[in-house]
Design a protein around this ligand. Structure first.
Ligand code: ATP
Length: 234
């Protein structure tokens, strides 16, 4: 059984179908890329999975437990970084971890977590978050997402705005965490941003899943090519 199962889920905003019978799975320990152009339905899908939004039909289950807008029990083992993490300018990295661990009985060990996400160096120490670069904030956001020792971490466009070195470092961090057994669902509008990282791809457009495949299979077949035209084609 897959860790996360999204089955035939639909969501409309008025007459707009943001999710149109969306189905896909995330297996334990896999890195899955949810890829599609702006407005494709990536954030809506992630918000439904994290119980932030109701959906009109279908089912979402995590570890066999249903997730709905009113049933959040399964979310205990899902960490997420949707848009920007709530980072407080006057707190240090360690103070953030302590704050986010307050309602958890068995949080991850702070020092191990800080070392793993590379927020333990001289650059962090006593510095407050207002002095962090965007890459540092993203790494802190991931450390916060890992505080409950989740089995799955959901990251919405985590590479947005990062310079190439920070993108490289973030990819290496995600790969390392996945090697430890954490599954990831990561959205992007750029296939090449995730190409080197993900095990499986889920392609979404106009709220519909166009293709799900392993990354190897996706690039080995020659019958279909997807060209994403976005409003920002940098
Ligand atoms: P982006 O990368 O631009 O965030 P996305 O793939 O995450 O795109 P969504 O944000 O999920 O796409 O949006 C899917 C569709 O639903 C879009 O057409 C969007 O305009 C619409 N939409 C999203 N949120 C709302 C809302 N609260 N009310 C009405 N329409 C919405």
């Amino acid at each position: 059984m897959a860790l996360l199962e999204v089955k035939d889920v639909s969501k409309q905003y008025g007459r707009k179908k943001a999710m149109d019978h969306v189905s896909f799975e995330v297996a334990a320990g896999h890195i899955v890329g949810l890829i599609g152009p702006n407005g494709a339905g990536k954030s809506t899908t992630m918000r439904a999975i994290t119980g932030l939004m109701s959906y009109s039909s279908g089912q979402i289950t995590f570890d066999g437990q249903p997730i709905t807008f009113s049933n959040h029990q399964a979310l205990d083992k899902i960490g997420n970084l949707i848009e920007y993490p709530a980072i407080y300018p006057n707190l240090t990295a360690l103070e953030h971890l302590k704050l986010y661990a307050m309602d958890t009985k068995t949080p991850a060990d702070f020092q191990t977590l800080m070392k793993k996400t590379q927020i333990d160096g001289d650059n962090f120490g006593k510095r407050k978050a207002k002095q962090f670069s965007l890459g540092m904030k993203q790494r802190l956001g991931i450390a916060i997402a890992l505080i409950r020792n989740p089995k799955l971490v959901i990251l919405d466009e985590p590479m947005n705005g990062l310079d190439p070195q920070s993108v490289h470092d973030l990819r290496a961090l995600i790969r390392e965490l996945a090697d430890d057994g954490v599954a990831f669902l990561i959205s992007s509008h750029l296939l090449d941003e995730l190409q080197k990282l993900v095990d499986d791809v889920v392609i979404i457009n106009h709220g519909k899943i166009i293709e799900t495949a392993t990354m190897t299979a996706f690039f080995s077949h020659d019958k279909t090519r997807w060209l994403f035209d976005t409003s920002d084609n940098r």
